[in-house]
Design a protein around this ligand. Structure first.
Ligand code: ADP
Length: 256
């Protein structure tokens, strides 16, 4: 049951009665569970064929390229890029079901933080040649955390920076150590986020303003998942931004 209380006041503002309401939420909870279960099964079932199509697309691209047909090879590579997007979306849906059922697992290891950031930046730079990603990696920190999951957050920050700054050509990535924490920042010079909306961006399903949703497609899950990962690792995550001037996303992790 969910309970609500509402005081009833007289003309002098004195409370003379309280309305108690009890609502049976059993059905709602059941529906929520069914929805979560369905999302889990659906995303799992979608993952298998997409992974298989992706493997075929990669073999096909190699075959076509070796035959020297660049035009066809480019088309297959574009297919592969869209499959990557699809894999990412399915992965996000799977992660959300894991978070909601408390089944997201973490396998912490010790790793060189700056080296991991550098590898991911190299990979992203390869994918997006439009932006120049400038690095200032000075944390010199060894971090004990789930390397894959932390990498997922860094990738998410970078892909958002690329996505939400189509008219800019630079992204700045920095790492540093301060007061027993390692801090990563990703700064872009794109559309930014107005102050009143900044506290919403880490919420599940929060998306850019209505009329911009076609320009910037997405599910509104990346930052929610990133925040869950960073919180589970005992860290902090936040954003600083001025609308129209770009955004800087940060996270901090304790150095063990
Ligand atoms: P998605 O990008 O799929 O919408 P995210 O959870 O990654 O989902 O981001 C949620 C929202 O936060 C975005 O829709 C956008 O409004 C805002 N946002 C995220 N990153 C940036 C950025 N670098 N610049 C401006 N807005 C951003």
């Amino acid at each position: 049951f969910s309970f609500t209380y509402k005081p009833i006041k007289d003309a002098n503002g004195q409370v003379y009665a309280i309305i108690h309401a009890a609502t049976d939420v059993t059905k709602l909870v059941q529906l929520q569970q069914q929805k979560d279960e369905f999302l889990g099964i659906a995303s799992h079932e979608l993952k298998t064929p997409v992974t298989s199509i992706k493997a075929y697309a990669q073999v096909l691209e190699r075959m076509i390229r070796s035959e020297g047909d660049e035009k066809k090879a480019t088309m297959v590579r574009k297919m592969d890029q869209q499959l990557n997007r699809l894999t990412g979306l399915i992965g996000d849906l799977l992660d959300v079901t894991k978070i909601q059922s408390g089944k997201m697992t973490f396998n912490p290891i010790e790793f060189d933080f700056d080296a991991v950031v550098e590898d991911i930046v190299d990979e992203m730079q390869h994918i997006s040649s439009k932006h120049k990603i400038i690095c200032n990696l000075e944390s010199n920190a060894i971090v004990f955390a789930d390397k894959e999951r932390i990498g997922q957050v860094i990738t998410n920050f970078l892909s958002n920076a690329i996505k939400y700054s189509t008219d800019a050509d630079e992204i700045d990535v920095a790492t540093y150590s301060q007061n027993g924490e390692v801090i990563l920042s990703v700064r872009d010079y794109g559309i930014g986020i107005s102050e009143d909306l900044q506290h919403l961006v880490f919420d599940q399903f929060y998306r850019v303003d209505g009329n911009l949703q076609h320009t910037y497609p997405g599910l509104g899950l990346g930052l929610y998942i990133s925040a869950e990962i960073i919180k589970s690792e005992g860290g902090r995550i936040w954003v600083e931004s001025t609308a129209g001037e770009g955004a800087t996303f940060f996270f901090a992790l304790k150095i063990k």
